[in-house]
Design a protein around this ligand. Sequence first.
Ligand code: NDP
Length: 321
Amino acid sequence: MNDQIEELACAIIGSGPAGYTAAVYAARADLHPVIYTGMEPGGQLTTTTEVDNFPGYPSGVQGPVLMEDLRSQAERFGTDVRLAAVTAVTLSKARGGWHKLVVDGGAEVRARSLIISTGASAKYLGLASEKRLLGSGVSACATCDGFFFKGQRVAVVGGGDSAVEEATYLAKLCRVVYLLIRKDHFRASKAMQHRAENTKNLKVLFHTELREVLGERLVTGIEVFHNQTRELRRIELEGVFLAIGHKPNTAIFEGQLAMDQLGYLVTDPDSTRTARPGVFAAGDVKDKVYRQAITAAGSGCMAALDAEKYMASVADSMRVA
Ligand code: NDP
């Protein structure tokens, strides 16, 4: 053991369902995992309300409660949960080599095996006015910020399941919710579409694009463009919620790990292995298709099993050498 630098058998970056499930399995395999939670401990599910589709909860469960349960379960087997972010990595190309992690921009630690479960983050449109008013009426999380818009008027941008979920949640709090969909149809599932259609104070505006968020210090309205009639019009309201999908959190791995065009990590088929020995990827950071809590948890389990196998084979080759 180096005097200054902590050496770990298994480090896990990211604390969503993938990270915590990987931790449960890695801890039970005596890999003594350390999990770095990142800036959003518990991941995206901590910004959700009811989760109805995670097996084992017949009456549903609140997202934050589910994540607390997963964390406790990981800790029960000895996982070291650290409220810190890994801000840079240098991944070894050698089998059995040390992967170097910089934690919170300072301390360096080394890990023999590394599980990446950094997930994905909300996307924004890229409007200057959206950025300027972020936190002053613009948000990407209805369950975090909806409370501040009680009795007010808001818009949600997007036509997928997230957008409908956010819009129907907000409809319970707000006077009126406009759902802005750029196409003539939803991307959301039929069940979610029915939910939107059955919500009285939710007004769905198809063919509608958000062009500008209006307001100086606080949001006072939006300018929208109808892409069929080419008409620009203003709607007075107090809040704007973006729900247009997510981008994977892979910036710190650029140049070291293979990514697809959208920035998702690429792993071997039917495996969580990346091209670097001892580095595995699990959950939304490598999955743009399923993106469910349960599929993320499943792939976290796979990553830990892959890491366990890797560590055993490295130990074997060291014994032989
Ligand atoms: P999706 O990628 O499914 O949907 C994104 C939506 O945003 C689409 O309607 C898309 O429009 C729109 N959009 C994207 N970019 C822009 C833009 N620049 N301007 C305007 N609109 C834009 O993302 P979600 O986050 O909704 O869902 C991700 C995954 O998570 C899905 O698999 C979903 O099923 C799942 N999910 C499941 C839930 C549940 O089961 N309870 C809840 C939430 C999510 P277009 O269609 O035109 O591309």
